[in-house]
Design a protein around this ligand. Structure first.
Ligand code: GLN
Length: 484
């Protein structure tokens, strides 16, 4: 079995035809992940016992003649910010180096109920803060497509395992672009659903009003299947939505004729020429499929990065206050007083990016600055959401770039946080508006670096987004890569 190119459909077919058992598949997937991981550092830890127990349940269901579930036997990786009972969850941070959660996130429970086999936890930027995976306390991840380059971030490990073939699908988290940007850099599909579509119960909070869990996959259909499984109301998360969950993968008809698509003029000027050429070629392909593409304007775009880095850091400064050396976290051993213990535990446990954001967030929330920064940023957030609402009165979906540039070299931007923050310029707007958005591969540059196209739709229209992405993926598979 060619483990690196398996799909959900192929696994189901193999299991039901008794070509292989779920346990054989899990054992082979674990062996392959262990052998390949040194090339990327994408997995932080594997959980073989849990994986084999899940596979055993799938084999038993098949033997009984029961439906083994939509994710039966599928090897899945999970970003290490999502809690897993009895399996270490570090958030890429020293401060949680030894934290073993006492419960499972809702997304994890739903995956296992659907027959999924969780292989292990993936590397990420510390508390999901970053765009390159270089902020992990456990070393950077290498991009499987170009090992001297970053895989993107913060869900770099979850993107890398799917691109490398050491998982079939994975879960990431996206606060300002952390699923779409690494998907684009690694040449795979990455989906940020509507805010509230997937329960955040058990997702370690970074910026609660922006945090989303979402899938990575090697094709649109697999991403759609995984999203259907993890979506839906959860009494443990009051922000999870009541809206019914469609079967996303059954709506992939390939028919997008007559769809009205908007291309935001504000985005195009920031692109490098090669990424721009690929997006332009992608737009031509969409036109050839019968879509009607027109330019639209999202005028508040220029304020998005400033707005995001105020709101996200404000929320982070509050959320990260719980890591005090008393609960969850690693405690400094070198303190005489309680306040020294807090200070030293945080000083030793958090990396530089977390400290920078805690300080920035504390500042924008402090008395006297709250109105000038935080409240102002909330108003700008409303303007950004309104831009999208206006656009969706004219078009069915928006197509845009994901990142201004393809994967950059390891170390290239680490000393310049502001340059790093610019990576998110096209993804942050959708996150602030809480609308569904995804990255779908759009070709590779002359150097072989993948570039993703972003598709955005209105709240809860994941079905429309997937249908367009799937039609685009089919058209892409019929073309060859662009020549330099
Ligand atoms: N790169 C952005 C940041 O550093 C987004 C991170 C994310 O989506 N988790 O905050």
């Amino acid at each position: 079995m060619d483990i690196a190119s398996l799909t959900i459909d192929r696994i189901r077919q193999g299991l039901l035809a008794r070509e292989f058992s779920a346990r054989e598949l899990a054992a082979e997937a674990l062996r392959f992940a262990e052998a390949e991981n040194p090339k990327t550092n994408a997995y932080l830890h594997l959980c073989p016992e849990r994986a084999m127990a899940a596979a055993q349940r799938v084999d038993a269901a098949i033997a009984r003649g029961d439906d083994p579930g939509p994710l039966a036997g599928v090897p899945i990786a999970v970003k290490d910010v999502i809690v897993t009972k009895g399996v270490k969850t570090t958030c890429g941070s020293r401060i949680l180096e030894n934290f073993v959660p006492p419960y499972d996130a809702t997304a994890i429970v739903r995956i296992e109920e659907a027959g999924g086999v969780i292989l292990g936890k993936t590397n990420c930027d510390e508390f999901a803060m970053g765009s390159s995976n270089e902020n992990s306390a456990f070393g950077p991840v290498r991009n499987p497509v170009a090992p001297d380059r970053v895989p993107g971030g913060s869900s770099g490990g979850s993107a890398a395992v799917v691109a490398q073939g050491t998982a079939v699908v994975s879960l990431g988290s996206d606060t300002g672009g952390s699923i779409r940007q690494p998907a684009s850099f690694c040449g795979i599909v990455g989906v940020t659903p509507t805010y509230g579509r997937v329960s955040r119960y058990g997702l370690t909070a970074f910026a609660s009003s922006l945090d989303h869990i979402g899938p990575f996959a090697r094709n649109v259909k697999d991403a759609a299947t995984l999203l259907s499984v993890i979506s839906g109301r959860d009494p443990h998360d009051s922000t999870s939505a009541e809206a019914p969950v469609p079967n996303y993968s059954s709506g992939l008809t390939g028919d997008v004729k007559g769809l009205k698509l908007g291309l935001p003029v504000e985005y195009l000027k920031h692109l490098t020429s090669e990424s721009g050429d690929l997006i332009a070629r992608g737009v031509e392909q969409l036109k050839a499929l019968g879509c009607d593409v027109r330019e639209i304007s999202l005028p508040a775009t220029e304020y998005a990065i400033a707005c995001y880095y105020i709101i996200a850091t404000a929320e982070a400064s509050s959320n990260l206050a719980r890591y005090d050396g008393v609960r969850y976290s690693t405690r400094s051993q070198s303190s005489d007083t309680l306040s020294d213990m807090y200070r030293n535990s945080r000083g030793e446990g958090f990396g530089p990016e977390c400290k920078r954001r805690i300080m920035l967030g504390t500042y924008v929330l402090s008395a006297g600055y709250y109105d000038a920064y935080y409240l102002k940023a909330q108003k700008v957030r409303t303007l950004i959401a309104r831009d999208f609402a206006n656009a969706f009165e004219q078009v069915d979906a928006i197509v845009a770039p994901v990142s201004p540039f393809p994967a950059f070299k390891l170390g290239e931007k680490v000393d310049d946080p502001l340059a790093m923050y610019l990576s998110d310029i096209f993804t942050i707007t959708g996150s602030l508006a809480g609308i569904p958005c995804m990255s779908v591969p759009c070709g590779t540059t002359g150097d072989g670096l993948p570039v993703g196209m972003q598709i955005l739709t209105k709240h809860f229209d994941e079905s429309g987004m997937f249908r367009l992405a799937d039609a685009f993926e089919r058209a892409q598979s019929q073309t060859t890569q662009i020549q330099p």
